[in-house]
Design a protein around this ligand. Structure first.
Ligand code: FMN
Length: 361
């Protein structure tokens, strides 16, 4: 059914128009209490074997929606009702900003991939805080991903992140410092440990001071050299962070195949299937470096239960996806959860901890 709707309707719309249409539909759903609850009852993960605990938070399942879909935290309930075990909202910046000029979102259907150069379009931290403060009709685990406001120079980056953290950390189940999106000039330079250390220290102070102590994670790029991945992992351990999210989109185009290579010239971050191998490689490297001392959240090219299974075995406690949602449709998370529960049962697994990291490199 979704494949038909995608090929006949959504794929004919401009990619960003299709996205806004979807988000508007989900927002509408969020204000329909009965429908929302019914959907949640039928689609949200229920199997106890799927439950997982990470940094003190209880997740109904390991599979969540990655940052970038719900940029303004407007549809967390609807997304949870569709079966995602958590929703990472954002990236949210201290100040509202329009993002880059359109077109800035491109589908590469043959590669099951997306290129985006959205540039953190969002309504700002205060607006997101207002939405996140509203009572919820269905349970939702919400991570809040924060980034740097574009017009703020590197010298003001720490204060800018701290402003967002102050407004949003108290409302988040976990907080993410995003230093890995390719579409804000200079942002990825903040991954260098000399800059990243002071930034994470300052945000951690804010996160630690919330009533429940908000867990703090950092999200990294797949384009980091292996030594730099290790350096960020060591820094995260040294600072007592709760975890690492790997990975964001890539500026590399080598994994693209076929006729869509012409779209490869579009600038921006590439996500989806072509990112799968590198994302898995970074996860394995991180696991080898930190073992189970940090929670690893794996994202990049996850399409189905096989991918989720592989990431869990490689050491991820949580797994996220975004691009495949566009190709698989609204029942994607529910399907992944159902198949994962079946597979766990087949393997006699009653607790996800039995398989996490079992085949770490
Ligand atoms: N990641 C962020 O940390 N912040 C963002 O604002 C953000 N925006 C995104 C927008 C789009 C359209 C896409 C496709 C991805 C975005 N991402 C963002 C990256 C995703 O969260 C994820 O790390 C990446 O897409 C890899 O996962 P995937 O292959 O399942 O899509």
């Amino acid at each position: 059914m979704y494949r038909f709707v995608f090929s006949q309707v959504l794929s004919r719309l401009d990619a960003e128009d299709a996205h806004h249409l979807t988000v508007r539909a989900l927002r509408a759903l969020s204000v329909m209490p009965v429908v929302k609850r019914l959907l949640h009852r039928s689609l949200a993960p229920r199997d106890p074997a799927l439950r997982v605990q990470a940094f003190g938070v209880h997740f109904p399942g390991p599979f969540g929606l990655a940052a970038g879909f719900d940029k303004d935290a407007g549809c967390v309930e609807a997304v949870s009702a569709l079966g995602f075990g958590h929703v990472e909202v954002g990236t949210i910046t201290a100040h509202a900003q329009p993002g880059n000029a359109r077109p800035r979102l491109f589908r590469l259907v043959g590669n099951r991939a997306i290129i985006n150069r959205m540039g953190f379009n969002n309504a700002g931290a205060s607006a997101a805080a207002r939405l996140l403060s509203r009572p919820r009709g269905v349970p939702a685990i919400v991570g809040v991903n924060i980034g740097k406001t574009k017009v703020v120079p590197e010298s003001g980056a720490v204060d800018d992140y701290v402003t967002s953290a102050r407004k949003l950390a108290p409302l988040a189940d976990y907080l993410v410092v995003n230093v890995s999106s390719p579409n804000t000039p200079g942002l990825r330079d903040l991954q260098a440990v000399e800059l990243l250390g002071p930034l994470l220290r300052a945000v951690k102070e804010v996160a630690d001071a919330t009533p429940k102590r908000t867990p703090l994670l950092v999200k990294i790029a797949p384009d980091l050299a292996d030594d730099d991945v290790d350096a960020v992992a060591d820094l995260a351990l040294e600072l007592g962070l709760d975890g690492i999210i790997a990975t964001n989109t890539t500026i590399g185009r080598q994994a693209l195949t076929g006729a869509e290579r012409d779209l490869a010239q579009q600038s921006g971050g590439l996500s989806g299937r072509p990112l799968k191998a590198r994302s898995l490689e970074v996860l394995r490297r991180l696991r080898a470096r930190v073992g189970d001392r940090l929670v690893l959240v794996s994202v990049g090219g996850v399409e189905d239960v096989d991918d989720v299974w592989e990431r869990l075995l490689a050491g991820a406690t949580l797994v996220q996806g975004y691009s495949a949602l566009i190709y698989e449709g609204p029942l994607w998370a529910h399907r992944v959860n159902r198949e994962l529960a079946r597979r766990l049962r087949r393997h006699g697994v009653v607790d996800l901890r039995q398989i996490i990291g079992r085949t770490a490199a």
